[in-house]
Design a protein around this ligand. Sequence first.
Ligand SMILES: NC(=O)c1ccc[n+]([C@@H]2O[C@H](COP(=O)([O-])OP(=O)(O)OC[C@H]3O[C@@H](n4cnc5c(N)ncnc54)[C@H](O)[C@@H]3O)[C@@H](O)[C@H]2O)c1
Length: 387
Amino acid sequence: MSKLRIGVAGAGAMGSGIAQTAAMAGHTVLLFDESKQAVEKAFSSITSSLQKLEEKGKIKNAGEVIKKITAIEALKDFAPCGFFIEAIIENLEAKRKLFSAVEAVISDECILASNTSSLSIASLAASCKNPERFIGVHFFNPPVLMKLVEIIPGIRTSQEVTVQTLRLIQSWSKTTVIAEDTPGFIVNRIARPYYGEAIRIFEEGIASPATIDHAMKTLGGFKMGPFELMDFIGNDINFNVTETVWKQMFYDARYRPSQTQKRLYEAGMFGRKSGRGYYEYKDGQAVIPPPAEDKKLLEEIFMRILFMLINEAADALHFQIASAQDIETAMTLGVNYPKGLLHWADETGIEKVYRTLLQLNDTYREERYRPSVLLKRKAESDEKFLG
Ligand SMILES: NC(=O)c1ccc[n+]([C@@H]2O[C@H](COP(=O)([O-])OP(=O)(O)OC[C@H]3O[C@@H](n4cnc5c(N)ncnc54)[C@H](O)[C@@H]3O)[C@@H](O)[C@H]2O)c1
């Protein structure tokens, strides 16, 4: 069977990485961007990435791979594609306009996909005459290196399109998980407390960013602490994701953004890329003040953030956002958590997690700390999440 021709719109960070990934899997790729400079930049970054992979012995044919990608100048040139994915600006109207234009030129068999992080698949699919062929395919940054891809069938996506998309993306050496079309899908929903609860602890004056980061790294084995990670992602991007998830959750207090994050964003203190965020950066390195070495405090911080994450994972399972296995896979591959959160809950004792959340709930009397019903049921029945 000959390989599908892949169409990619948007040649920025994500689109160029997706085009490279598809080409490395042997597809011919048609790449489009409204900006000529973006296309030029994409070709130079793909070329240098392929060269590096060749130098490391990970691929043997950098020269062949780059030849598989062709820049196109008009949307009508997407006509021969069997699979089309967009990674243009995160704007509903721009994406809807693009999909209706592309649908008009492609064949009936072509699958249409979006790499959106925050828009609903239903709202995008509604711009197409045939929403059954529409699906969410959410890569992580950088797409070439990150193994995880969230596959999000919309309310009208056909089963056949879901199966074909899973097969295709798996053939690109990616690990797929299936997520319901809900805000943040799996990773961007469940990860919220890693940032939100850390900021809350800091805002209450319980500990400094350096101490909180230290607790999560030393006791939890997380590669980066929440503040280092927020500065790395960018406080502008992170604030935007937090605010979007909160609004789309109909203002559920559990996801409410913090004033601290908003002020950093307003002040242009985006983190590493702007030279200042929670930390100051000198020659690209964070200047991190010494953390407090108070064992009891570190333990308290670690448990509070971890248990809020577990609560979020339990709630995602309760509301059938994804299967238990896919939740574990998503958090370990999408944000490199050292362990799956459900496994962590089983290991720690669900009863302990539930009791701690009840105490927080009792202290603060805020919706934010309400334990998931599933956590309550598991704690009361002494069952585990995983077997
Ligand atoms: N950056 C991430 O970490 C990340 C991760 C997962 C998903 N996403 C999603 O991927 C998409 C792209 O993100 P990015 O970080 O690559 O953005 P980016 O700004 O790096 O690239 C976007 C590109 O789209 C082009 N563009 C804008 N409007 C266009 C149009 N109408 N037609 C054709 N090209 C157009 C721009 O010229 C630009 O080159 C967004 O939907 C974003 O939410 C981003």
